[in-house]
Design a binder for this molecule. Sequence first.
Ligand SMILES: Nc1nc2c(ncn2[C@@H]2O[C@H](COP(=O)(O)OP(=O)(O)OP(=O)(O)O)[C@@H](O)[C@H]2O)c(=O)[nH]1
Length: 329
Amino acid sequence: MSHPFEDLPTTPTAEEVIDKAFSRAARAGKAKTGIEGQQSMLQTASNIVSDNLQNVVTAWPDIDTLDPFYVELADAIITSNVEGEGGIDALRQHLSEVQWASRKAKDIHSEYQGRMTGDADTARKLRKQAFARMADIVEEVEDDLAGISAARDALKTLPDIRPDEPTIVVAGYPNVGKSSFVNLVTNARNETASYPFTTTQIRVGHVERDRIRYQLVDTPGLLDRPEAERNDIESQAVSAVEHLADAVLVFLDASGNCGYPIEVQLELRDALEDRFDAPVLTIANKADLTRDVEADHYMSVTEGDNVDGVLDAAIEAVGYEIELPFDDE
Ligand SMILES: Nc1nc2c(ncn2[C@@H]2O[C@H](COP(=O)(O)OP(=O)(O)OP(=O)(O)O)[C@@H](O)[C@H]2O)c(=O)[nH]1
């Protein structure tokens, strides 16, 4: 399984839908003459419009049944990446408008089909009228299709984050060694995925212990600054990450090499401790340079000192256990 927005197909524009419908209809019309030709054109155009619009809607996962992590993250991503778009509520509205247009194309067909009797000329006139109305309907949802398309593009490259997988979130100020740690323990630089989140990315790596896969999430630009400096979108992204975390590692760099005094790093740690329900462990990294700070664990990623110990502690804090069958007996 991957994330729910990965396989979304490209969204057609209103113009593409209309062009496709009318050119297919013209072809269908050539195969038959008289009234039948006109009826066949109408049937084809209506089917193409209705099906193409319906496909746009059904390609999306049911937002109401998505994990709250995805809903919140998608909302933040659409709001921050798609100009003028009002997040997931606007997306919902776009989808329901397109659904409406799909039904309307079918209605126009049934309305005109019955009337297209009599002579071929009248049938042609009615067919043209029906086409004009169908084109109007599709044009009416032009902005909705554009909105859906933009949301799809923004969400497609979401990293493969799995809300159901036990998750260790790595936090701390920039340059304290978060990505060095994630890259080392997940032992696969290329496994980390990036998501351009305004100025921010989310990096994900995986590690397996006792046949359980853990995901390590590093959110540079997000959990590495005081709450007060975050804008609304970023706060929302943080709350998405809150849903996700089963344990949090806050990295400190007491050497000050990272460029932030230890006091402000400790303030961030305290704020994260307050904010997250999951256990928060304080990790003093760069212990090869100094151990002059109180912490739960000391580590040097570059020296490979106690890196496994920290990972073990995180996994223990997650406390995830597989339920074995027959455990009760
Ligand atoms: N001496 C020492 N240097 C370290 C250690 N861990 C990381 N560094 C160095 O610290 C610098 C920053 O490390 P990163 O892993 O990029 O830090 P980060 O927290 O991921 O930084 P951002 O990507 O900005 O969020 C790099 O030059 C690392 O080589 C350590 O244990 N000891």
